[in-house]
Design a protein around this ligand. Structure first.
Ligand code: ADP
Ligand code: MG
Length: 434
């Protein structure tokens, strides 16, 4: 009795193998398409051969095994071509063993192939659970037909009643298990494909939102300078200077668009040596109209250390942090920007006396779309900051106290300077003491 179950389990193992393995081969978009198309049928044919070779209780002339399961599966999921192939393989291989069973196999296999031909379309349209149920019922029906034919055609050669009964029970049960696993595997694959598609969509939406957010900064600055030119009677050289800055800002807007559009693509990056002092001064110039509008007093203590990075991205990063600091002080305040050396790294510290953040807000900072500014915020500024600093091998530390203010500390590796350092050791010590 135990050996019968062992044999059934071995058959079940043969059948489950392709159910798990084939989807992974066919899912990979490698290899000729034709091969991937025929792979399930080939696998099921091999399983049929294995089942017949290693049957259940091989004493009698009639061979009982679970070959009908791969035959049903291959035919129902694969269509009439697969059904015909599998039926031929079954009959041909069973013929090698002789006995009256050949006839029974031929009748049952042809019946299965014919039934599958009628059912494949309906079967494909059914929900997964009903598909499993139908396959189970069909395997029970073909099992019943086999046992009945064996009883009728070979009354002296048939296996003991117990084996027939077990076969009648085990075959549909195995079919249920195999079918349920198959549906599960395919459901998971479909789900993964859907998730990948959703992630792609998310990235596209993200990109669009980022562009509009990041483009607003230079446009605001350009508008500010044009407004200055329009409203105030200015000296010719001042006017030219403002017009030049406005134009530069518009160029920057264009550069950012290009930058973001190429962001997703692995474009070759061009990091260069950046003078922290000059870059911060540039950003402070750009942001000054916004600071003035908010009555924010900007104080800077800068030093010309060098870091390696992409100019536009570094400016964007500083701009995002400084902009947040100014926006945190709608009723005015002080914004301090220090540059110093900390443990051999360049430290840029941007401190405001604004509204501050709660612990929960601080934890969520940098999460895409986290904003407390409602429709005005996009919640992308800090995410971009984190990404840029990370790409420059730097780190960020943020301390904040509600109603007191926020301090953002950016640490960046100091760029090695081949020429004599613009900062003397004495100066470095002084900055370290800051
Ligand atoms: P956005 O500025 O569009 O809201 P950010 O990613 O730049 O998006 O900032 C996310 C949130 O973090 C802000 O909405 C704000 O609540 C908080 N935040 C960032 N910087 C500061 C700061 N200096 N002071 C107070 N809150 C800040
Ligand atoms: Mg922001």
């Amino acid at each position: 009795m135990l050996s019968i179950f062992k044999d059934f389990l071995l058959n079940l193992f043969f059948i489950l193998l392709p159910v798990f393995l084939v989807p992974f081969w066919t899912e990979q978009e490698k290899g000729p398409r034709r091969l991937r198309l025929y792979l399930p049928t080939v696998c099921y044919a091999v399983v049929i051969v294995l089942c017949i070779t290693l049957p259940v209780g091989a004493e009698s002339n009639l061979i009982f095994d679970l070959r009908q399961i791969p035959l049903w599966l291959g035919s129902l999921y694969g269509g009439s071509g697969a059904a015909a192939c599998l039926a031929i393989v079954t009959i041909a291989y069973r013929s090698l063993f002789g006995g009256i069973g050949i006839l029974i196999t031929a009748v049952v296999s042809i019946a299965i192939a014919a039934a599958s031909r009628l059912l494949t379309k309906t079967f494909a349209q059914l929900p997964a659970k009903q598909r499993t149920l139908l396959a189970t019922l069909l395997s029970f029906a073909s099992g019943l037909l086999t046992v009945a034919m064996a009883g009728w055609m070979a009354p002296f050669d048939r296996p003991p009643l117990s084996v027939s009964l077990i076969f009648l029970l085990v075959q549909p049960a195995s079919m249920f298990i195999v079918c349920a696993f198959r549906e599960m595997v395919h459901h998971n694959i479909a789900l993964r494909k859907r998730i990948i598609r959703a992630e792609k969509m998310e990235a596209v939406t993200h990109l669009a939102a980022s562009i509009s957010h990041e483009i607003r900064n230079p446009l605001t600055a350009a508008r500010g300078f044009i407004q200055l030119i329009e409203e105030q009677p200015l000296a010719a050289d001042k006017r030219r200077q403002y017009a030049r800055i406005a134009m530069e800002e518009l160029d920057r807007a264009e550069a950012i668009i290009t930058d973001y559009l190429t962001f997703a693509k692995p474009a070759p990056e061009t990091p260069e040596k950046l003078n922290v002092k000059l870059e911060i001064e540039r950003v402070v110039d750009i942001i000054r109209p916004l600071a003035n509008m908010n009555c924010v007093d900007m104080k800077t203590t800068l030093a010309p250390f060098s870091v390696i990075g992409e100019r536009e991205k570094f400016r964007q990063c500083l701009l995002n942090v400084i902009k947040n600091a100014i926006e945190a002080m709608p009723n005015g305040g002080t914004l301090q920007i220090y540059v110093s050396i900390d443990n051999g790294r360049v430290l840029i510290r941007i401190a405001d006396t604004g509204v501050g953040m709660t612990k929960e807000q601080l934890e969520r900072l940098g999460e895409p779309y986290f904003t407390t500014k409602g429709i005005k915020g996009t919640g992308l500024g800090m995410m971009v900051v984190y990404r840029i600093i990370e790409s420059m091998n730097g780190t960020i530390r943020i301390e904040s106290e509600i109603h007191k203010g926020t301090t953002v500390s950016i640490y960046l590796p100091l760029a090695p300077s081949p020429s004599p350092s613009p900062i003397s050791d004495k100066e470095k010590q002084l900055f370290a003491a800051l």
